[in-house]
Write a protein that binds this ligand. Structure first.
Ligand code: PEP
Length: 252
């Protein structure tokens, strides 16, 4: 079965620095990619990474953006600013933003709108927590996250990406099983189809949550898994390079 060209994104969270930039770029820049690769470092390293990756197809993104455009919002960074310094994409609604910084579907929606206006591709992160998973509420949660964030927006498939990240799989070392991933990604695809129509076929749906070099290929082989969002394993340049290499093997 032929698949979309996969997208693999490294989310460094509050980690990394110039040493990690040098080591990561050295380990992946000369791989000849069929897959698209992106790195989301902390804000302060974005410009440096963009400079190092000039003349490379590796994309650079941010882990968040402001829901505001400009003004008296101390500590915020706007979509327009991120575009200006060379960001190709931004994560929106990562579960840590939702849990620690109390973001919700409404603020995520505003952020998606800001990103689209600026020309920065939003990667909207969705996923249920452990309690919701155990109560069988996964579909309800994802339905609300998708529809409240995206319904009625002016979207094309190329300008949007979704990352399914079950909160219980993030940083735990226990990725969701292939059966769960297959079922949930099929559901997400169907909901995107309801929202976007045929443009849903262009949206890359990423899986994230304890992706490692040893499970990347298995996850990427699942229908409607069009890439991976990688946290912890992206901090090891060799491991991340192997995950990228697994994505490179996907026939598209
Ligand atoms: C993440 O937080 O986006 C993530 C996928 O983390 P990890 O790979 O460490 O589970």
């Amino acid at each position: 079965m032929s698949k979309k060209s996969p997208l693999v994104v490294a989310n460094w969270k509050l980690n990394g620095g110039t040493d990690l930039i040098a080591a990561s770029v050295a380990s992946i820049r000369n791989l000849n990619f069929n897959a698209r690769i992106g790195i989301a470092p902390p804000y302060v390293y974005i410009s440096g990474l963009v400079n190092v990756l000039r003349n490379s197809s590796i994309m650079v993104g941010s882990q968040n953006i402001s829901k505001f455009e400009s003004g008296a919002f101390t500590g915020e960074t706007s979509a327009q600013m991120l575009k200006e310094v060379g960001c190709d994409f931004c994560l929106i609604g990562h579960s840590e933003r939702r849990q620690v910084f109390l973001e919700n579907n409404q603020s995520c929606r505003t952020k998606v709108e800001r990103a689209l206006v600026a020309g920065v591709m939003p990667i909207v992160c969705i996923g249920e927590n452990l309690q919701q998973y155990e109560l069988g509420l996964t579909r309800d949660i994802l339905y609300r996250q998708l529809h409240q964030t995206l319904d009625g927006l002016d979207l094309t498939g190329e300008t949007l990406c979704i990352a399914y990240e079950p909160v219980w799989a993030i940083g735990t070392g226990k990725a969701a099983s292939p059966e769960v991933v297959a079922e949930v990604h099929e559901f997400i695809y169907q909901e995107l189809d309801a929202i976007l129509g045929s443009a849903a076929n262009e949206v890359n749906i990423l899986y994230g949550g304890s992706v490692k070099k040893d499970n990347a290929a298995e996850l990427l082989a699942i229908n409607h898994v069009d890439g991976l969002l990688v946290g912890g394993a992206s901090l090891d340049p060799e491991h991340f390079a192997q995950i990228c290499a697994a994505a490179n093997q996907v026939e598209s």
